[in-house]
Design a protein around this ligand. Structure first.
Ligand code: NAD
Length: 476
């Protein structure tokens, strides 16, 4: 049984929960502690007690600790990536890539500890100096989703610690294993007791405890729109700082002048890899009419060549859906798409494998309109709509016609259209001739419109959320 980590000690939860492999539901990875509200309260108390000391801690100490964590993650990326694939279902190479990314994030923020800048300005009044500095926010409550079980905890924990905050992390119920392994590495990095706490448990219990408690100064959440709205309401209700990353319905435009191989690669990779379970997945593929038939034919050919199966098996391109309830949701949307009159041009059926798992062949709908539910609502599975467009201007209008604004892509050889698109796409991230999913670890990540709320995550821009600004006046 894997325990929670609170105030520098490993402790049992009130109950425990089984972590099940979605490629093989007979495979129980381990049992993980589940905290109740009382245990969450103890973790919050520990973090609050440690916060004043950690806020003033030496930056070299923080840098060394984060660097040590990053080095160990990278050294163990194959083992950690394998665990990640086993519990979440993305393929093993994808899992290893995610683990390596988590390590790189810790190493990046190790360096950021040493680069925290302030300003010194002259005053408009005589004999006065002004200094502007950034200080830690205090205790940060982190609530993570299941689809990036190590990278998302890493990109929230590393900046929180780097800027001198204490951390409470609650991983998603479906994937406690990667977060536990990360916590175990962090527990050996020499941080004072209470600075870092892992509190596994239910969102409605542990997450809610973070939201309700005034000692938690800031909440960093990634997850669905419906939970995000609840989190925002609770945090804002008590004036806590809050950062919310939610879903997407990311468009990929393919223009007539696109290189066909690039377009097909962006569409297949962006829509279906990681089983389509990425907030930045291309779920609306908007294609100009002249290239439409050749594009659809080439995508179908590429999809037919993909291997669907056990995430840990060599040669598998697409692993299982994460669990039964996500599979039910995907199948329901496939039914909705058919009922709405879209053509199911490829896939959309269960795939039988040697082990009991949630295997689904990627579903490609053609002849879609942007008004269909399958083109408007986040499905969060390997399901994409292909929508015809009359022109670049029409395609751009369709791409922007969404309540979401996370990532928006275009495949074109036209500098004019690429340049115009970068400026006019309504999204936090814009991609030209690359998939909508897949980002660097040292630059800001986040969306606009209904996809995000609050300041950006990652890169140096993370300082905006994890610090607060102080302006000091000093008579001279
Ligand atoms: P979810 O909203 O179901 O859960 C997210 C987290 O919130 C979990 O840890 C859960 O336990 C917790 N939670 C649930 N109810 C809560 C409550 N009442 N109070 C506090 N916490 C609560 O999301 P999910 O299914 O884990 O993740 C999938 C979603 O995440 C998708 O919509 C996807 O687009 C989004 N996502 C967004 C980004 C991004 O950066 N924009 C990245 C990855 C995933």
């Amino acid at each position: 049984m894997k325990q929670n980590y609170i105030n520098g000690a490993w402790v049992d939860g009130a109950t425990s929960s089984a972590n099940i492999n979605p490629s093989n539901t007979a495979d129980i990875i381990d049992h993980y502690a589940q905290a109740d509200a009382q245990q969450a309260w103890l973790a919050i108390a520990a973090a609050a007690a440690a916060a004043p000391g950690w806020a003033l801690s030496n930056i070299q100490l923080r840098a060394d600790a984060l660097d040590k964590i990053g080095t160990e993650i990278i050294a163990r990326k194959e083992e950690l990536g394998t665990l990640l694939s086993r519990e979440e279902g993305k393929t093993r190479p994808e899992g290893i890539g995610e683990a390596a990314r988590a390590g790189a994030i810790f190493k990046f923020f190790a360096q950021e500890c040493l680069r925290l800048r302030g300003d010194k300005l002259p005053s408009v009044r005589p004999n006065l100096d002004i200094e502007i500095t950034r200080e830690p926010v205090g205790v940060v409550g982190i609530i993570a989703p299941w689809n990036f079980p190590i990278a998302i905890p890493a990109w929230k924990i590393a900046p929180a610690l780097a800027y001198g905050n204490c951390v409470l992390i609650k991983p998603a119920e479906l994937v406690p294993g990667s977060a536990w392994a990360l916590a175990e590495i962090i527990s050996r990095a020499g941080l004072p007791n209470g600075v870092f706490n892992l509190v596994m448990g239910r969102g409605s219990v542990v997450g809610q405890a973070f939201l309700n408690d005034r000692r938690v100064n800031a909440i960093s959440f990634t997850g669905s729109v419906s939970t995000g709205a609840k989190v925002a309401q609770a945090a804002i209700g008590r004036m806590a700082k809050v950062q919310i990353e939610m879903g997407g319905k990311n468009p990929l435009i393919v223009l007539n002048d696109a290189d066909l191989a690039t377009a097909v690669n962006c569409a297949v990779q962006g829509s279906f890899f990681s089983t389509g379970q990425r907030c930045t997945a291309s779920s609306r593929i908007i294609v100009e009419k002249n290239i439409y038939p050749a594009f659809v034919a080439a995508v179908k050919e590429k999809l037919a060549a993909l291997t669907i199966g056990d995430a840990l098996a060599a040669g598998v391109d697409i692993g299982p859906v994460v669990d039964q309830s996500q599979l039910d949701q995907d199948m329901e949307y496939i039914r909705i798409g058919r009922d709405e009159g879209a053509t199911l041009a490829f896939g959309g059926e269960r795939v039988a494998c040697a082990t009991p798992g949630f295997f689904l062949r990627p579903a490609l709908f053609t002849d879609c309109s942007n008004d269909m539910r399958i083109s408007r609502e986040e499905i969060f599975g390997p399901v994409a709509s292909v929508i015809p467009a009359d022109s670049y201007e029409h395609a751009l209008m369709l791409a922007n016609d969404s309540e979401f604004g996370l990532s928006s892509g275009i495949v074109t050889t036209s500098l004019k259209h690429a340049t115009h698109f970068k400026r006019h796409a309504q999204a936090g991230m814009v991609m030209v001739n690359v998939p909508t999913a897949g980002v660097d670890y040292h630059v800001p990540f986040g969306g606009s419109k209904g996809s995000s709320y609050g300041s950006r995550e990652q890169g140096a821009y993370a300082a905006e959320f994890f610090t607060t600004v102080k302006t000091a006046y000093c008579g001279v």
